[in-house]
Design a protein. Sequence first.
Length: 523
Amino acid sequence: MTHRLVALKNLLPNSPPAQLILIAGLSGLIYAFIFTLPFPLASLYHTIPPVDYTKLTHYSPEGMATYGLGLVALFGLYLWAIQIATPDQNGQPATSGRFIFASSAILAIISILSYPLTAIDFFIYAIHTRGWALYNLLPQTTPPQALPHTDPWLGLAAEWGDNPSPYGPVWELLSLGGFYLSGGDFLFHLFALKILAALAYMGCVFLVYKTLQHLQPEWAVAGAIAFGWSPLVLLESVQNAHNDIVMVFFLLAAVWALAKWTTRYPLLHKFSFNPLLRLMCLFLALSILVKFVTIIIVPFLLIGMVMPQPKWRQRLAAMALYGALIGGLVLIAMLPVWPGAENWAVLKAGSGAGRSLLALLILALRDFLGTNTAFDVARNLILAVFALIYLFYLGKTIYRLWNMPSPSPPPFVSLSFYLPLSAAFLVLFWYVLLVAPVFHAWYLLWFLPLAILLLPYRRPFIASTVFSITALLVIPYFETIRVWYPILLENHLLGHLIGVPLLIVLPAITLLWPISPSENSEV
């Protein structure tokens, strides 16, 4: 056995660039032959109601095994690539940035051709836009069911047919642009949305690379691989074409501007309304106007924006000014499409629960309290815990920066960027892990790139990678295994008592458990 392993190892290329080429090639083959060629978008897009991989494979053991083994192989190759790309003591990159961009583009092209296998949001985007373009129905105020019943694609809205769009006007305008570029053809519009998601994905790879090149240049290649080759990122951003990747693109653009600001202007002697900060405000507003979740971390990024001001009075004034600028941009854009608080789909999204800690608590309490009371108690308990987490990280960030001794520029730059970014990552991580009423794997796109930008601090990235694995591998449990064993469907408490811990326990332990006691193990 040992001789066989040695022989196999001898067949592998020795140089890091050649090994990365091999990994990219093998990954491309897996995406093509497991996730794309068996499920071409052009052949399946007209399936009404829409289906997922479980229905396409008829809940077969072979289908689940292929999906699971494909993911395991992709993550194995991904972790191998990260190990190769981690900079050595000389800080020499394992390959060039051009190769990372080219290989990421090829992986994205393969995924563009695939039917979305684990979500139908992609179709709902197109239907909302169709209602706006053809029937003058604003997406934020009108559900798909308001479209004429003769519309041939209405059935693709499935269970979301009575929900207006919960997204911002920037996303709806981008989708509308895709509609007109496609000439109104439904399939071409779907491909336009796929291409938009792929362009946002490539933009994120570029921004991760450029931001790390600016702050930690020896980690730029490893960081670009960590984002661009992540199976979760590719499957959720390009294959499933979630608009979260567009939101993240603008968020990363804002973080890039913050990185430039904190290194270019480490100590100011007077208040500065800098163009980089105005640009950062614009990017944050655009991110919010795609999907509103960015609002959660704006206070932390505002702290990073104002810390180079020399006095706390100036910092507070700058925070108020930039906060007002972001809020004003968002309000101006929202006014023409505002549906009213009582009809805003974002607020209604918290009225359900599934595959989450909230759902597990409701199921555990409802026999004692009744369903409605159990929902209120569980939701308020989780929100209270999250509020404490949020205030803890906010207070910790302000305290550490407030009590920082008169700094020389380098440590000040490091703290004023990494402390707010670390807190933003942690808040989003715990929000997705604890608070999200209905868990979806693509929510991890919100914080994964922030974890990568914190490199060489490893714990956020390792916890995010573990969460990525559990998020994707728990899907076969909920979608297939529970169908095989009806008791898990009939007894929702039992089903969630197994599934929810499988999803959240390992990521939580990984984040909380120290990886190493070195000075570089934490932010």
